[in-house]
Structure formats: structure tokens, C-alpha cells
Design a protein around this ligand. Structure first.
Ligand code: APR
Ligand code: ZN
Length: 245
């Protein structure tokens, strides 16, 4: 039987699907992933550019990468994969998206229950007074970086840097959805960053069927994945959706 039809039948029968997404789903939106060939971490050492200690000690250097990331995110549009997940929610099958991504593209594609486990690059915050400003071209075009006038310090994207903790609300909501779901779609993640990578294991232990979509195998594939669909998210998801019309 066509594997896409098989997965569509499982989604239909089991009723409560949650997606767990990583950078791979946004590659087709022009946002580079972190690891592998063209990964961002091949160009910028995450310990020097994405650790909270680096941000506090040398914001100007970290903002070199942040300017690049902000520009790419500002211009990015949802991929066919994001759009398919928006459709899946509209049809009542997809109940939540737990994403490690900070690009806001799931919301742009129409998903309403999006848990941003690593925060959002669509907002900047001041670490002293918690003032928040939205990501816009004029904020990003400020050099060497945008500052909080009140505290006179560099603004930071509202994302979880290495060395920072995951927002408590995201942990609680993600765990609830992971426990509740009957099907978990793992899409475009290398599954090497914790505590995020714990989430599919929670679903597996709660009896969910695990479907993984990725051109490459990951640590999930040989441990908890029930169905591995080799391919890009933008090629696979619309084919599954086609059977859920
Ligand atoms: N469709 C689906 N998957 C893809 C595609 C695609 N078009 N292109 C690449 N991939 C897969 C890669 O094979 C890889 O397994 O997406 C995954 C991307 O892995 P990472 O770059 O490690 O991204 P991610 O898993 O989201 O990283 C997790 O690490 O650096 C931190 O905070 C950052 O949220 C990020 C976290
Ligand atoms: Zn401030």
C-alpha cells in the first residue's frame, strides 16, 4: 500500500496528531539548518555566537550572525510543508505543533496552537527591563545592534541561547501535548539537542505512533520511529495531506 495513504489512514483513525518540528522544515523556506552541509554552525561556532555568555560579553560579535539570521527570517515565507501542517489543523487532525524553530513560519502558515520550545526570533527583548520590540527591518538595520534606550544595552532575540533554560510554559504545554497525542510527526530535526529531543520519547512511552520525515536517519529512527518517510518535508507532507481531503 502507498506509504502516504497508510500514514493518512493512521492519522484519520487515531484522531489526535501532534507535529514536532526542527530546522529541516524551514530549509525549503530558505532558512539554513544548523547541522549538516550548509548548516549555520559550519559557519558560526555556536559557543561563540549562540551562547548567552558570548552575547553578554561580546554582543557586537554575536549580532554579526543575528543580523544575517534576522534578514533571512524576515524575508522567509512558509514552505509547502508548513502550509500542509496548516491544512492538517484546519481539517481537525493536527492539534498542536511543538517547534524548535524560532522563525514564526508555522503561525504564518495558519497553525494556531504552536509551542515555541526555543522561543521566537520574531521579537527582541532587553535582558534588563524585559521590554519587547517586534522584528522589523528598521530594528534589524540598526548597527552595530539595536539597543534598549532605557537600559542602554543590546537587545536580544527572544530565543533560547545555549546556556539559557527553556521557558517553563513551553515545557509544560509541550509535555501535555506529547503525552496526549496518538500520532507524533517528527519533521526535519536531527534529534541531538536536549531537552527538546526528549519530547518524542514522551509520546512513544505514552503509546503514540511515531512517524518521522527526514532525508536522513537520526537517533530517533532506530530507537522510537515506527514509520520513517525518507524525503524532504515539502515533498512528503503534501502527499500525505492528499489522502486526507
Ligand atoms: N526536509 C526535512 N528535513 C530536512 C530537510 C528538508 N528539506 N533538509 C534537512 N533536513 C533535516 C536534516 O537531515 C537534519 O536531520 O533537518 C534536520 C536539521 O537538523 P538541525 O540543523 O540539527 O536542526 P534542529 O534539529 O532543528 O536543531 C535543534 O539545535 O542549534 C540548536 O536551537 C537550535 O533549535 C535548534 C536545535
Ligand atoms: Zn531595558
Amino acid at each position: 500500500m502507498d506509504e502516504y495513504r497508510k500514514i493518512a489512514d493512521i492519522i484519520k483513525e487515531r484522531g489526535y496528531t501532534v507535529a514536532f518540528t526542527g530546522a529541516g522544515i524551514s530549509v525549503d523556506s530558505g532558512i539554513p539548518a544548523f547541522r549538516g552541509g550548509q548548516g549555520l554552525w559550519e559557519k558560526y561556532d555556536p559557543m561563540e555566537y549562540a551562547h548567552i555568555r558570548a552575547f553578554n560579553s561580546n554582543p557586537e560579535k554575536v549580532w554579526v550572525m543575528l543580523h544575517e539570521m534576522s534578514g533571512v527570517i524576515l524575508d522567509a515565507k512558509p514552505s509547502p510543508a508548513h502550509t500542509a501542517l496548516g491544512e492538517l489543523e484546519k481539517k481537525g487532525f493536527l492539534k498542536a505543533v511543538i517547534t524548535q524553530n524560532v522563525d514564526g513560519l508555522h503561525q504564518a502558515a495558519g497553525n494556531s496552537n504552536v509551542i515555541e520550545y526555543h522561543g521566537s526570533h520574531r521579537w527582541f527583548i532587553c535582558l534588563s527591563c524585559s521590554k519587547r520590540v517586534p522584528l522589523t527591518h528598521d530594528v534589524v538595520d540598526l548597527h552595530p545592534y539595536p539597543i534598549c534606550e532605557k537600559c542602554n544595552r543590546a537587545l536580544k532575540p527572544d530565543v533560547v541561547f545555549f546556556g539559557e533554560s527553556i521557558p517553563m510554559e513551553a515545557i509544560i504545554k509541550a509535555n501535555e501535548e506529547a503525552q496526549r497525542c496518538k500520532v507524533m510527526l517528527i519533521i526535519g530535526t536531527s534529534g541531538v539537542v536536549y531537552p527538546a529531543a526528549e519530547i518524542p520519547h514522551i509520546s512513544k512511552s505514552a503509546g503514540a505512533i511515531i512517524v518521522e520525515i527526514n532525508p536522513e536517519q537520526t537517533p530517533f529512527t532506530s530507537s522510537i520511529t515506527d514509520y520513517f518517510l525518507k524525503g524532504t518535508a515539502s515533498a512528503v507532507l503534501p502527499n500525505i495531506l492528499a489522502y486526507l481531503k
